[in-house]
Design a binder for this molecule. Sequence first.
Ligand code: HEC
Length: 103
Amino acid sequence: MLYNFKYIILFCGAVFFIGCASALYTPAPEHATATATYDELVEGRRIYVSKCGSCHRLYTPTQYDHHTWKENIDEMQERSEINEQQKELIYKYLTNAPVVSSK
Ligand code: HEC
């Protein structure tokens, strides 16, 4: 019994981990859009992870609509000391998330 229980815990842990990883999607070439190239998305994710997670958790891209993201990033610009270009790239990453089925 105890033996099985251990595997259930392991399994739940794995599901949780995968769930978190996909929430902050890793850009793939097919995520590119008319307004964001693949390279921009990759760079946007890199800047987002390195500049925006020091004070609070990294909010997931699908958590806010585009308009709200724009406001939030504008508000956070000074705090995270990012320039206009970095702000734009973060915006592109956060607003071009593929539709996640679990949401
Ligand atoms: C120096 C610390 C700091 C950094 C760096 C920072 N934030 Fe924040 N962030 C905060 C604090 C404090 C709050 C909560 C208080 C507030 O909303 O003013 C917050 C709140 C938020 C919220 C929630 C707003 C809401 O209305 O619920 C979002 C979204 C957010 N930050 C995004 C970002 C993004 C994107 C970046 C990177 C560009 C970033 N943050 C960098 C300190 C920081």
